[in-house]
Ligand binder design. Structure first.
Ligand SMILES: Cc1ncc(COP(=O)(O)O)c(C=O)c1O
Length: 365
């Protein structure tokens, strides 16, 4: 069977180095918010091209904390996309605010900026675009709307570490931007982790405070807060992986290029990249109107695939009642969400495996 994803590959590849890192951290006797986290925060901010980065326990926490430092509360509305991981929506709801769902574009699958303005009202307190699968959302149009209405942008970059628009990394467009280090992500930890980046000293200080009970750096309580810290082991591992990230990403892009060259079936729509955008391929997602049949067919050929996302927010029994949306306005999402299918994309996939998967797909009718 060709597995959909196997996170152990990236760890086994660097196992020796990781064992050294574990011993170093264990011997340091400092396991939470110390040198490793500070170094990683500095390096990560530098990589993205922003001034500050604040490590947290997960991107879900990061999104909630980013909303909280902007004083988002019950009664407020946050404009976002229905086509995202449940985490984006759960983070907004956790603050008491209402996610307002805006339809997606048919080519990038990200929020359609031309449909944002009609959803803005006096309750709108932020726009939260998601760079889905690793394709950047249209940040130039979203920034214009943000300026026009003076509404801040919080980028959900959980799936898009390494994605760029005109050579500028995503995460550097919003007032606050959040990345996930969940093990399957482009920069994955051996466990949970996330980070919030910003150019604002004020918000980075507030975030440092509320990630740890509301303490300032002298452990004096200044506000309410949570416990959401990136631990030293994860930070050290991520710091090491960050150095290898560009070569890992270029390997992934080569695998994607092989898929793009080899899949030739008019039933299948391959991912498209907008001009001047760089995709980081957290996932390689095709579309098929005969998805169920295709999944079974791939399975019978020993190829795993996966759907992102099965738990569609507008039909989610628990979450849908906390959101504001009109199904009639979500035509693209409702149509395309039945067609998305993610193909295997491991760094350990062999050229012959990609060619095999492509040839199997080419025979699908
Ligand atoms: C778009 C998006 N937002 C948020 C998250 C939440 O990330 P985490 O698991 O680090 O909380 C994820 C992860 O699945 C995601 O894909």
């Amino acid at each position: 069977m060709i597995n959909f994803f196997d996170p152990s590959y990236e760890f086994l590849k660097f196992k020796k180095e990781y064992i050294k890192i574990f011993s170093k951290v264990i011997n340091s006797k400092k396991y939470i918010l110390d040198k490793e986290t500070m170094n990683f925060e500095k390096n990560f901010a530098k990589f993205i091209g922003v001034k500050y980065a604040v490590g947290v326990n997960s991107a879900t926490d990061g999104l909630t904390l980013a909303l909280k430092v902007l004083n988002i509360d019950k009664g407020d509305e946050i404009i976002t996309t229905p086509h995202t991981a449940l985490a984006t929506i759960a983070a907004i709801i956790d603050t008491g605010a209402t996610p307002v769902l805006v339809d997606i574009e048919t080519d990038t699958y990200c929020i359609d900026p031309d449909k944002i303005e009609k959803n803005i009202n006096y309750k709108t307190k932020a726009i939260m675009p998601v760079h889905i699968y690793g394709h950047p959302a249209n940040m130039s149009k979203i920034k214009n709307i943000s300026k026009k209405y003076k509404i801040p942008i919080i980028e959900d970059c959980s799936q898009a570490f390494g994605s760029m628009i005109n050579s500028q990394y995503v995460g550097s467009f919003g007032l606050l931007s959040v990345f996930s280090f969940y093990p399957t992500k482009n920069l994955g930890a051996i466990g949970d982790g996330g980070i919030i980046v910003t150019n604002s000293k004020k918000y980075s200080n507030l975030l440092r405070q509320i990630r740890q009970y509301g303490w300032n750096n002298k452990r004096v309580t200044k506000s309410k807060g949570a416990n959401s810290r990136l631990d030293e082991i994860q930070a050290a591992i991520l710091n090491y992986k960050l150095k290898h990230f560009k070569s890992m990403l270029s390997k992934k892009v080569k695998l994607v290029e092989l898929y793009n060259e080899n899949i030739k079936n008019y039933e299948i729509i391959k991912p498209k990249i907008q001009e001047n955008y760089t995709h980081s391929y957290h996932l390689y997602v095709i579309r098929s109107k005969k998805r169920k049949k295709l999944i079974n067919y791939l399975n019978s050929n020993q190829i795993q695939s996966s759907i992102h996302y099965k738990n569609d927010i507008v039909n989610d029994k628990i979450y849908k009642k906390f959101c504001r949306f009109n199904k009639n306005d979500l035509g693209n999402f409702l149509k395309l969400n039945k067609q998305f299918l993610s193909l295997p994309l491991n760094l350990n996939l062999k050229i012959k495996e990609i060619k095999f998967i492509s040839s199997v797909i080419n025979r699908f009718v």
